[in-house]
Design a protein around this ligand. Structure first.
Ligand SMILES: [Zn+2]
Length: 145
């Protein structure tokens, strides 16, 4: 819930930024020439249409960056995943497995496996929660006391 809530906040901020960007762009554009159109100049005036297209592309780019940032975040604590480790082998896939990159949460909440080879279409990254790794370590410390 926290993970998707954070993504929702990012999307809301992007929507807010785009809502503020369009009036700024409109104020910078030259006024449309009132010839043969009624209402919005979008689709009838080349400069206004290109500006709207550029704003759309900026919004799509920001959404992509938000999605890319969200993909490499811990599902529990939302910190960026660290320590990429390459596993598998490109030259010996049958012996050592398919190549992939594993990222881990710095606090040990889980591991994200991102496959580098996509043989049968796009494969999604696999998140594995580690659960109680720190509880096991602290219980060992408490058992020694
Ligand atoms: Zn974490």
């Amino acid at each position: 819930m926290k993970y998707w809530g954070f993504m929702g906040v990012k999307v809301a901020l992007i929507a807010l930024a785009m809502r503020g960007l369009w009036p700024l762009v409109k104020s910078l554009l030259p006024p449309p020439r009132p010839f043969l159109y009624i209402g919005q100049p979008f689709g009838r005036d080349l400069v206004w249409t290109l500006a709207a297209g550029a704003c759309f592309l900026v919004g799509c780019g920001l959404l992509y960056l938000a999605w890319l940032d969200q993909r490499y975040r811990c599902r529990v604590c939302l910190r960026r995943l660290r320590m990429p480790v390459e596993t598998g082998s490109w030259s010996s896939m049958l012996q050592f497995g398919r190549p992939r990159i594993e990222y881990i949460c710095p606090y040990g909440h889980g591991t994200l496996e991102v496959p580098e080879v996509q043989i049968a279409g796009p494969e999604h990254a696999d998140w594995r929660a580690h659960g109680d790794i720190w509880e096991e370590l602290t219980s060992v410390e408490e058992a020694r006391r």
